[in-house]
Design a binder for this molecule. Structure first.
Ligand code: NAD
Length: 293
């Protein structure tokens, strides 16, 4: 492999360690940052994500609550839960794990979260502040990607970034972050998506390719230029009877082929994934600092 591995575990540990003195300072003021995760239904991947978030809180000494409800909860009852969490002084961060089972309205639920407690950074207030270049609570996966680039001193100024995927939680916000004026940004950003024509000709221009698609092996070796940086956001379960669970996790990128050409590449698992949780912890501490000030 020619490419240097971008190790999300190392960078996330570094970020979590840097949070410790901030958490101690809050505790001296009698404030323990608190995160509430709301889990609706029985989606196993969602349950795994919520468990990892609660575990990360425990490890850091943050207060955490997990509220679980069945998939047939009424929209009004879910909004009531969020309303109570908005008023709960022990809770500084609220996340409602997506996807929500139908017919629950995800946007209405997001709108009901107090923007000051919106540690996922999904509320239109926080999305708007991000676009304006004055963010406080930045959505976790995009922020984690920027932190990875920063840690490995990968220059973004004036460079061509191609983001594949235009979702509200990854593609759009990571593009918005990287195009801003300022350190760790200033890139020329292109967003490609399912309707883009001739994707390889777009991605081959990129100094940095960010794949957030949700389909294994979409980015192949011939789609990247020599020396490009490849960030793989995808988390896909592919069947593998040789593993105890019967599946394994892969990204959106053909890792072996791209690693031959890239200068840097993230693995899956162990790349962007751990960063998402580290940035969620960061946002929870930040929300407690702002709320406690
Ligand atoms: P999404 O389904 O909301 O969006 C996928 C995007 O990919 C869409 O905008 C679509 O236009 C685009 N797309 C689909 N097929 C394409 C193709 N053939 N060519 C070009 N573009 C195509 O997904 P999402 O929520 O943005 O998540 C993307 C992936 O990232 C998923 O695998 C998800 O599990 C993963 N994810 C990982 C983390 C993490 O912490 N690592 C966080 C969020 C999402």
């Amino acid at each position: 492999m020619a490419a240097k591995l971008i190790d999300g575990k190392v960078v996330s540990e570094h970020i979590l360690n840097n949070l410790k003195p901030r958490i101690e300072a809050l505790k001296e003021l009698g404030i323990t940052p608190g995160l509430a995760a709301v889990l609706i239904g029985d989606n196993p991947a969602s349950a795994t994500y919520v468990n990892s978030k609660a575990k990360a809180c425990q490890k850091l000494g943050l207060y955490s609550e997990v509220i679980t409800r069945p998939a047939n909860i009424e929209q009004g009852d879910l909004l009531k839960i969020v309303g109570e969490l908005n008023r709960n002084e022990r809770i500084h961060g609220i996340l409602v794990q997506s996807p929500l089972p139908a017919p629950l309205d995800e946007l209405m639920v997001t709108l009901s979260i107090d923007p000051a407690k919106d540690v996922d950074g999904f509320h239109p207030y926080n999305v708007g502040m991000l676009l304006l270049g004055t963010p406080t609570l930045i959505s976790c996966t995009p922020h984690g990607i920027v932190k990875l680039l920063e840690y490995y001193q990968i220059e973004t100024l004036g460079r061509e970034v191609v983001v594949i995927g235009r979702s509200n939680i990854v593609g759009k916000p990571v593009a918005a972050l990287l195009m801003q004026k300022g350190k760790g940004a200033n890139a020329t950003v292109t967003i490609a998506h399912s309707q883009s024509r001739d994707l390889p000709s777009i991605t081959r221009r990129a100094d940095i390719v960010i794949a957030a698609i949700g389909k294994p092996n979409t980015v192949t070796g011939d789609m990247i230029k020599e020396g490009a940086v490849v960030i793989d956001v995808g988390i896909n379960r592919v069947s593998d009877p040789s593993t105890p669970k019967g599946y394994r996790l892969v990204g959106d990128v053909d890792f072996d082929a791209c690693a031959q050409k890239a200068s840097h590449i993230t693995p899956v698992p162990g790349g962007v994934g751990p960063m998402t949780i580290a940035m969620l912890m960061t946002n929870t501490v930040l929300a407690a600092e702002i709320g406690g000030a």
